[in-house]
Write a protein that binds this ligand. Structure first.
Ligand SMILES: Nc1ncnc2c1ncn2[C@@H]1O[C@H](COP(=O)(O)OP(=O)(O)OP(=O)(O)O)[C@@H](O)[C@H]1O
Length: 322
């Protein structure tokens, strides 16, 4: 059963620029996006800044009208059945505000329950279950002002679930959260699937997407450029393996020399403190390590590692293709 169905969704923004001579400008934020999310699935939408992820989500949650195309949530059209769609969805945006700082988490949830029309008889049990689900049981009587960002975000998720929606949209929920908080948040997101929710998640953290998502669509400049399981996306890229070489004080000529090694497809340099890590994308079965090290004569070399391509490698290749 399909939870979310997007068909050739498009959205164009018309903006005006200039103070004296006003010129109209059109931005095609979403250019014909189609995908299906099955019930109980955790679907990731990945893409660079400005790719159109938020615009797509806003159309699905009825906050923005599509310029063309259509979408359905649990069979209800996002333009014609706005009320039905809204009853069945929840959403949480990253860096979300809107919690009452001086109130406890419990009082925040009580307040929003009233606002969302949760029947009074059900409120207590529902809030208890949600606090448990997001891992805040025991901390619910503390004021939100003392909460970490991760805890706030988990409270936002609880708020987004008060009316018991079947589908939850999470737009960059982990933005600005420290690693420990992010790990707890990932556990919360994973548990949403265990209780039968369907989730659409956007994130810029590939590790998170790889760990959580059943399927992923990569969106670039308003269009989907690849779709599939994380495993499938990793296999799509041409990289066979990745060799990482730690160096100190490597120069441009050495990097160029590495690019010329047979079997090396690309070389990137990543600064890590005092160190430069050379990241070589290599063809399948290419044995480049020895040849590459020979080209680094006179350069101080640290650890050398060969690994499988990660989702991040695949993502970078997919979004940077012309
Ligand atoms: N209300 C608006 N008016 C004009 N242009 C807009 C509006 N909202 C978004 N855009 C433009 O549409 C494009 C897509 O924006 P969108 O916010 O959907 O991207 P995104 O993939 O969510 O990016 P990010 O990862 O930065 O959140 C961008 O070029 C953006 O500037």
């Amino acid at each position: 059963m399909t939870a979310v169905e997007a068909r050739d969704l498009r959205r164009t923004f018309r903006t005006r620029t200039g103070v004296l001579r006003r010129t109209a400008k059109e931005v095609e934020a979403v250019r014909g996006v189609s995908f299906d999310i099955q019930r109980g699935e955790l679907f990731g939408l990945l893409g660079p800044n400005g790719a159109g992820k938020t615009t797509t989500i806003k159309m699905l949650i009825t906050l923005l009208l599509p310029t063309a195309g259509s979408a359905r949530v649990l069979g209800h059209d996002v333009v014609d059945d706005v009320r039905e769609v809204r009853r069945r969805i929840g959403y949480v945006f990253g860096g979300d505000r809107g919690l009452y700082e001086r109130l406890s988490a419990l009082d925040n949830l009580r307040y929003f329950s009233e606002l969302y029309g949760v029947p009074p008889r059900e409120q207590k049990a529902r809030i208890g279950e949600l606090l448990e689900l997001v891992g805040l049981t025991g901390r619910e009587r503390e004021r939100v002002e003392g909460y970490s960002r991760g805890m706030r975000q988990r409270l936002h998720i609880a708020r987004g679930l008060l009316h018991d929606p079947e589908v939850l949209f999470l737009d960059e929920p982990s933005i600005g959260i420290d690693p420990v908080g992010a790990r707890e948040l990932r556990a919360t997101i994973a548990s949403l699937i265990d209780v039968g929710k369907t989730v659409l998640l956007t994130t810029h953290y590939m590790f998170e997407a790889d760990e959580l998502c059943d399927r992923i669509a990569v969106i670039r400049a308003g269009e989907i450029v690849a779709e599939g399981t994380p495993q499938h996306l990793k296999r799509l890229v041409s990289v066979g393996s990745v060799v990482e070489i730690e160096t100190y004080g490597v120069g441009e000529p050495a990097v160029e020399a590495l690019s010329a090694v047979a079997g090396v497809q690309s070389v990137a340099v990543e600064e890590r403190g005092q160190m430069q890590v050379l990241i070589l994308h290599c063809e399948t079965d290419a044995q480049v390590t020895q040849a590459a090290l020979a080209r680094l004569d006179g350069v101080r070399v640290g650890r050398v590692d060969t690994r499988e391509p990660t989702l991040e490698d695949a993502y970078v290749e997919l979004v940077s293709r012309a």
